[in-house]
Design a protein around this ligand. Structure first.
Ligand code: NAD
Ligand code: DEZ
Length: 375
């Protein structure tokens, strides 16, 4: 029962091909081809961050629904959509655990390479939603002290224990940004970290940005590094992607092409969310059971044969951000291709840990690895 519904889907959204064809006319296009002309006769758009949905794209089209298979939605002109009766939906939380894995892996590598322990170090988390909460959980689990900053939540929640951005600037050894990109308004996050923010830092922290490039003024970030106001940079989201600042790429400890959320788990969550929305719109049951990530290639991590910290070994066995850093440094002009052809990783929950009796087993379980067992 094919309805007269036209759908365009970004061709880099995985696990979705074939699912909607029984119900609609589906075309898969690269973002560069999702143009005004193509969108004109389209009812439903399923896109990623690379399609800017604004008047230029949408005016004169019959599009009534935009689904973005992402958490962020700053690429959608929500005001234009409201005025023109176009519904839009994102996929809240879809890849939050993937970003949690990215941040923990980067922190553990930084500690290992600089020969210190993260235990007792203080991390400031700016933006405590789906991603920030997972980062907070992981950091507490490995013994870090966590400070939270989230003015929208602080203003509405009675029992929150939030601090100001100034307190984070003064006290933290690490500061990680997990806000949406708000260009205006009282919760504006555009250049939340700017020159004046970096001047307030007291502990020469490591700065981490995996939110949106524009949340951190990239030139100010580089200057702060050069002036030793900060000790290191971990960066996944950049201003002006894919034309990123070469000096920042060279200076950062971890520098990746906006792939913190690129787990197979996260991508399949997003695809499932998009199909559920279409199912709701069309008023039909659509089976989503085939939208599942493939198994991890090596799903058992035997920590008994590794020397060094079991937590670091387990996390890095699941994901090593140095590989993505090396790939980006060797070919920065391939930023979009590195994303488009990314080998999606699996999250902690896809790995079973083998480890003889160790006080680290409860920590590994708490991070989400499968039933660490005696071997
Ligand atoms: N690098 C990646 O691959 C990747 C993956 C997922 C998400 N992201 C980005 O991370 C952002 C956060 O994701 P999420 O799932 O946690 O979103 P979320 O909406 O669940 O949480 C965002 C939190 O930020 C808070 N916030 C808003 N404005 C703020 C401000 N000015 N200062 C401090 N806090 C503020 C909100 O109150 C909310 O609690 C997304 O909007 C997206 O831009 C990037
Ligand atoms: O907002 C998100 O979900 C993330 O930034 C996500 O990783 C973006 O992925 P893209 O749509 O660019 O593939």
């Amino acid at each position: 029962m094919k309805k007269n519904i036209n759908i365009i889907i970004d061709n880099k959204i995985p696990f979705i091909k074939g699912i909607l064809e029984p119900y609609a006319n589906v075309r898969y296009l690269p973002p560069s081809e999702i143009t005004k002309d193509q969108v004109k006769d389209t009812d439903i758009l399923i896109i990623r961050t690379r399609t800017r949905c604004n008047e230029n794209l949408l005016s004169g089209s019959r599009c009534k629904f935009i689904g973005t298979a992402t958490i962020g939605f700053d690429h959608i002109d929500t005001e234009y959509c409201k005025q023109n009766d176009i519904e839009w939906k994102n996929a809240p939380g879809c890849n939050a655990s993937s970003v949690g894995q990215y941040i923990l892996a980067s922190l553990l590598l930084h500690a290992e390479q600089n020969n210190y322990s993260l235990k007792g170090k203080k991390i400031g988390i700016v933006g405590v939603g789906h991603v920030g909460s997972i980062v907070a959980h992981h950091c507490r689990t490995i013994g870090m002290t966590v400070l939270l900053n989230d003015p929208p939540r602080a203003n509405t929640e009675q029992n929150g224990t939030f601090v100001s951005l100034d307190t984070i600037a003064e006290e933290c050894d690490f500061i990680t940004f997990h806000t949406p990109l708000n260009r205006t308004g009282i919760y504006r996050s555009f250049h939340l970290a700017d020159n004046s923010f970096f001047k307030k830092l007291r502990k020469q922290p490591v700065i981490i940005n995996s939110s949106r490039g524009e949340v951190v003024d990239n030139k100010a970030l580089l200057t702060a590094y050069q002036k030793k106001e900060i000790s290191d940079i971990i960066i996944d989201c950049w201003e002006n992607e894919p034309d990123i600042l070469p000096e920042l790429l060279e200076s950062a400890f971890i520098a990746t092409p906006h792939i913190a959320g690129y787990s197979a788990d996260g991508k399949s969550n997003a695809s499932r969310a998009m199909v559920r929305e279409i199912s709701r719109i069309l008023g039909i049951e659509i089976d989503t059971s085939k939208i599942t990530p493939p198994p991890a290639p090596f799903p058992e991590i035997d920590l008994n044969v590794c020397s060094g910290d079991p937590i670091t070994n387990a996390v890095i066995a699941s994901y090593d951000p140095r590989t993505d850093t090396t790939n980006l440094r060797s070919a920065p002009e391939q930023f979009e291709n590195l994303r488009g052809n990314y080998g999606l990783r699996r999250e902690f929950g896809a790995y079973k840990i083998m480890l003889s009796a160790s006080e680290k087993i409860p920590v590994l379980k708490e991070l989400g690895f499968i039933s660490p067992s005696k071997s």
